[in-house]
Design a protein around this ligand. Structure first.
Ligand SMILES: C[S@@+](CC[C@H](N)C(=O)[O-])C[C@H]1O[C@@H](n2cnc3c(N)ncnc32)[C@H](O)[C@@H]1O
Length: 520
């Protein structure tokens, strides 16, 4: 069999199949193929963990078979059996023809619902579909969760489809089977990943995790930050070390550390490993932003286009100011970092926006503000049916987010020098903000101090001087160097200087010298 010739046909087939599908359709089933060179590198690395045994292979999300092709290339003579699943006949049927002569048992069906038969595998290599939870129907998600619960793994409702693949595949594993999963690295940091991490630390022997540098995205057509997770189906050995590697390639990582299971258990965000050891992150107790501020995500309006209006739209629709609140434009339209307010508190910006915020019933609104009544009516059968609006009463009521003196952008990209992933904003207006921002509300102990304008400004400067590294290691990072910070993560960021200024020297961690002045 000329494996390389079949691979050339497969690449062509993959390109044809992709071309006939829209990006949106491919997103729904997570149809992004692994580049062959990467598949080959992963297959070769994985084979080195199998020893000299014959291979009984499984790929539960086959596509056109990048990993099978790679395996044939690196260890074709050792394959005793191979099985695979592909839910979509658009890829599955031509793949069946392509691999017909190899003895591969490809089932064109949904792996998550497949009956588990006698065939087991001692090698799994898979790039499962990266379908986010909100693309899974309610019924599908409920069925997935039922099966995972039956398998003893409580995946929460936010888990993406790839998590279920990892857990469901366990039923197909022989003792000592070796698995390699190419997955988004998100599970390493977020709550829904806890169940996966628990599985990796308590059910199997985690061998290695390689996290690609998000600035070196692996896939040209799917912007995801990926990791490869290798493990063996063996009870974990508490004394074993896990190899954590980062950046570069699977075979030539930029950073590499061996980490104990105890360290893995105690580190909530695995993407900090191994950089955390690299940068010797200071874990001394000190003041955190959450000690000073109650941090909240800005408003999820349910439909920004409908609920956030420009000044021109307000006039055109004939709305009164009764149910309008000034709201900041998104960071990309905000040139300055300091926002002033006019006499009514609206920000003095070129782009002035207003949020519709009203808790009265539609009939009451019609009486008080007929223009708004008409406008809301126009969204009753469309906007009101959206996911968030449906869960609110009335459907146009908004979360309470009074103006905050400080804001921080919720996400951002690092530039080449690693700077500017996040921006702090000083808000002297009465504008609230949407969920592209985090709002920092001063806690009671510091409110009085912040009434002094000089203190307010100095705090703003200190916030802006928080090292980028301190912020980004608390947050999470996605493909293409996109960083995000949830409120709890920003709360965890060290802010000793701000603490010293506002709470006094006692808040200073021992042994640290800090100087600052109110001037400047
Ligand atoms: C990320 S792609 C990987 C394809 C291929 N293994 C590769 O690495 O190039 C995931 C594949 O899983 C398929 N898939 C999605 N949901 C599935 C399911 N429930 N059961 C089986 N396959 C599924 C998709 O159609 C897609 O071909």
């Amino acid at each position: 069999m000329d494996v390389r010739a079949i691979e050339r046909q497969r690449v062509e087939l993959q390109a044809n199949c992709d071309r006939q599908r829209s990006q949106a359709d491919r997103n729904k089933l997570g149809q992004f193929a692994t580049p062959f060179e990467l598949a080959r590198e992963i297959a070769a690395t994985t084979i080195s963990l199998v020893g000299g045994k014959s291979i009984r292979f499984l790929d539960p999300a086959f596509g056109t078979g990048a990993f099978f092709s790679a395996l044939l290339d690196v260890a074709g003579d050792r394959i005793e059996s191979a099985m695979a699943f592909e839910v979509d006949p658009h890829y599955g049927t031509p793949a069946l023809c392509l691999w017909n002569s190899t003895g591969l048992k490809l089932r064109v069906e949904d792996f998550t619902r497949a009956s588990v038969d006698q065939s087991h595998a001692n090698l799994v290599i898979c790039n499962p579909p990266y379908v986010r939870h909100h693309h899974l129907s309610v019924a599908k998600k409920a069925a997935l969760r039922r099966t995972s619960h039956a398998l003893g793994v409580k995946l929460n409702g936010l888990a993406g489809l790839y998590c279920y693949f990892m857990i469901f595949a366990h039923q197909w594993l022989e003792a000592d089977a070796v698995c390699a999963w190419l997955v988004p690295s998100e599970f390493m940091d977020v709550n829904y990943g806890e169940a996966i991490k628990h599985y990796l630390l308590n059910t199997v022997t985690l061998v290695r995790i390689h996290r690609f540098d998000p600035n070196e995205t692996q896939f040209s057509d799917a912007l995801v930050s990926s990791a490869v997770v290798w493990f063996k189906n063996q009870k974990p050995d508490p004394t074993a070390l896990v190899s954590m590697t980062f950046g570069g390639t699977v075979t030539g990582p930029r950073i590499s550390r061996d980490i104990t299971l105890t360290e893995m258990h105690s580190e909530a965000k695995w993407t900090r490993l191994p950089e955390i050891l690299h940068h010797a992150r200071d874990r001394a107790p000190g003041v955190r932003l959450g000690d000073l501020f109650a941090i909240k995500r800005g408003i999820a309006t349910g439909n920004n286009q409908f609920f956030i209006l420009t000044e021109g739209q307000v006039t055109e629709l004939g709305l009164t100011q009764a149910f309008l609140k000034p709201i900041l434009p998104s960071p990309r339209y905000l040139k300055q970092d300091e926002i002033e307010g006019d006499k009514d508190g609206a920000p003095t910006l070129d782009r002035r926006l207003f949020l519709i915020d009203c808790a009265l019933s539609e009939s009451e609104v019609e009486k008080i503000d007929p223009g708004l009544g008409r406008y809301l009516k126009s969204g009753r059968h469309t906007v009101a049916q959206g996911y968030l609006c449906k869960s609110r009463s009335p459907w146009y009521a908004q979360e309470r987010r009074p103006p905050a003196p400080f804001l921080c952008t919720y996400m951002g990209r690092t530039n080449e020098s690693g700077k500017n992933a996040f921006r702090f904003i000083l808000n002297r207006s009465k504008a609230t903000a949407a969920n592209v921002y985090l709002l920092l509300y001063p806690k009671p102990a510091i409110r009085a101090a912040l009434e002094d304008d000089r203190v307010l400004r100095r705090v703003f400067q200190l916030l802006k001087s928080i090292p980028v590294m301190d912020m980004s290691t608390e947050g999470r990072v996605y493909g293409g160097g996109l960083h995000k910070l949830e409120p709890g993560e920003l709360s965890n960021v060290r802010a000793d200087h701000v603490g010293n200024l506002l709470l006094g020297e006692n808040s200073r961690p021992r042994g640290e010298q800090m100087t600052f002045s109110l001037v400047g």
